[in-house]
Design a protein around this ligand. Structure first.
Ligand SMILES: [Ca+2]
Length: 132
């Protein structure tokens, strides 16, 4: 066992995790615009779906009914492009597409989009997912 080596690995992992959390927070910040204004109605599933639908049509730039990696990349560019180098934006787009595109056909359907958004509700879980 090499203790020093393990320790430096851990620090590296934590730094990577921190960075990813920042991206994730930017992502959530954008999504938070769709939060319900009326707090007397907890968990309004229908309006949540409406918000997801709205978000989906925003990502679906050419209104084809699916989101492609190019479209997602363009959106990311708009969201975080000012703060993040292009190749990192690309790799985030890659990773997110791999996550969201369940059947691997290169398109994210509304259903796949909803599934991906479901996961982003739990930030903690998300962080652990990235580590594995
Ligand atoms: Ca797909």
């Amino acid at each position: 066992m090499n203790g020093v080596h393990l320790a430096s690995c851990d620090i590296h992992e934590m730094k990577v995790l921190e960075r990813r959390k920042v991206y994730f927070k930017d992502f959530v910040k954008v999504l938070s615009h769709f939060r319900p204004i009326n707090k007397n109605k907890p968990h309004p599933w229908n309006s949540r779906e409406a918000k997801l639908r709205f978000a989906f049509t925003m990502y679906d730039l050419n209104k084809s009914g699916t989101i492609t990696k190019d479209e997602f990349q363009d959106i990311l560019e708009m969201m975080i492009g000012a703060n993040v180098p292009k190749e990192q934006v690309n790799s985030i787009a890659d990773r997110t597409m791999r996550e969201a595109d369940r059947d691997g056909d290169g398109y994210i359907t509304f259903q796949e989009f909803c599934n991906a958004m479901e996961k982003t509700d739990i930030e903690q879980k998300m962080s652990f997912r990235f580590l594995t």
